[in-house]
Design a protein around this ligand. Structure first.
Ligand code: BTN
Length: 276
C-alpha cells in the first residue's frame, strides 16, 4: 500500500485540543461509523476519531453504500456538543464548510470558486467546467434527556482512490485535479479548522457561519428538485437562511393547495436535479 497513514506522525503534528486526541486506526474495517457509534455508546470521550485505510461496508446517507477503497480518507468523529438536538443538522453544514476551506488551503490550483457545497453537506469540486462530489458527510446522533448524548460525524473524502465507472459522472477524487495528494496533510489541516468552528458554534450558533456557507453554495439561485423525506418537490432556491435552512420558492404547479405557503423552509433533505 502506498503511503499508509501513520497515527504516530498524526499525533505528533496535530494541533487540536479535542478533535483527534484519541485515534483508533484500522487497516480495514466494515465501517468507521458503526465502530464510532459503538464506542460513543460505551462512553468514549469527545474528539475520538476512528479512521481506516479501507471500509468493506462504508455507509452513506439514506442507507446508501459508500465506496471506500484504499487511498481515500474515511473517518468518524465522536462529538458531545452542548446544543439542543434541533441544531445537530447545523453541525453537518459546519463540517462541510470546514472541508471546503481545507481543500482550498491544501489543494492548489483549486480556487475558492472551484469548491462548492451542495446543500446540505456534499462538497463538490470543479474539473473541466463540471462540479462533482468529492466528499460526503454522515451525521448520526442519539438524544437523551433533551440533549444529544453523542453525535458521530462520518467524513469520506475521495483523495487518491479510484472512482468506480458507475459513479464517474457524479463523483471525483482530489487527485484527479492533477497530482497525488498527501492525506495526512488534509487531515492535519481539517481537524484544527473544524475544531475552531465547532467550539465557536457551540457558543454562538450557526449564524456567524451562514454568510460563508451561502457563498459556497452550489444551489443558491438555481432550480432544484428535493426529497424532504415526506415529499418530493421542485422549486427555486431563494436563499439559505441564517440557520442554514433552505428557502425554497415553489413552482405554481407544486402548490396543490393554494392555502399553503409558496415559500417553504427546509432543514434537511436530498437535492436531486439542479438546473439554471
Ligand atoms: C454521503 O452519503 O454523502 C455520506 C458519506 C459518508 C461516508 C463516511 S466514510 C467514513 C464514515 N464511515 C462510514 O461508513 N461512512 C462515513
Amino acid at each position: 500500500m502506498r503511503n499508509r497513514l501513520s497515527v504516530e506522525r498524526i499525533k505528533e503534528r496535530l494541533k487540536t485540543k479535542v478533535l483527534g486526541k484519541e485515534i483508533i486506526y484500522f487497516k480495514e474495517i466494515r465501517s468507521t461509523q458503526t465502530e464510532a457509534k459503538k464506542l460513543a455508546k460505551q462512553g468514549s470521550p469527545e474528539g475520538t476519531m476512528v479512521i481506516a485505510e479501507k471500509q468493506k461496508k462504508g455507509k452513506g446517507r439514506l442507507e446508501r453504500r459508500w465506496y471506500s477503497p484504499e487511498g481515500g480518507l474515511w473517518f468518524s468523529l465522536i462529538l458531545r456538543p452542548k446544543i439542543a438536538p434541533s441544531f445537530v443538522y447545523q453541525l453537518t453544514l459546519l463540517t462541510s464548510l470546514a472541508i471546503a476551506e481545507t481543500i482550498g488551503r491544501t489543494t492548489p490550483p483549486l480556487k475558492f470558486e472551484d469548491i462548492k457545497i451542495k446543500w446540505p453537506n456534499d462538497v463538490l469540486i470543479r474539473k473541466d467546467e463540471k462540479f462533482k462530489k468529492v466528499c460526503g458527510i454522515l451525521t448520526e446522533t442519539s438524544v437523551s434527556k433533551g440533549y444529544p448524548e453523542w453525535v458521530v460525524t462520518g467524513i469520506g473524502i475521495n483523495i487518491n482512490n479510484p472512482i468506480p465507472k458507475s459513479l464517474e459522472d457524479k463523483a471525483i477524487s482530489l487527485a484527479e485535479i492533477g497530482k497525488y495528494i498527501d492525506r495526512e496533510k488534509i487531515l492535519l489541516t481539517l481537524l484544527p479548522v473544524l475544531e475552531k468552528k465547532y467550539l465557536s458554534f457551540q457558543k454562538q450558533g450557526f449564524e456567524p457561519f451562514s454568510d460563508d456557507y451561502r457563498q459556497r453554495s452550489f444551489i443558491l439561485g438555481k432550480q432544484v428538485s428535493i426529497n424532504t423525506g415526506s415529499e418530493k418537490i421542485n422549486g427555486f432556491v431563494k436563499d439559505i437562511d441564517f440557520e442554514g435552512k433552505l428557502i425554497l420558492q415553489l413552482r405554481d404547479s407544486e402548490i396543490g393547495d393554494p392555502a399553503k405557503a409558496v415559500i417553504r423552509k427546509i432543514a434537511t433533505g436530498e437535492i436531486g436535479k439542479v438546473a439554471g
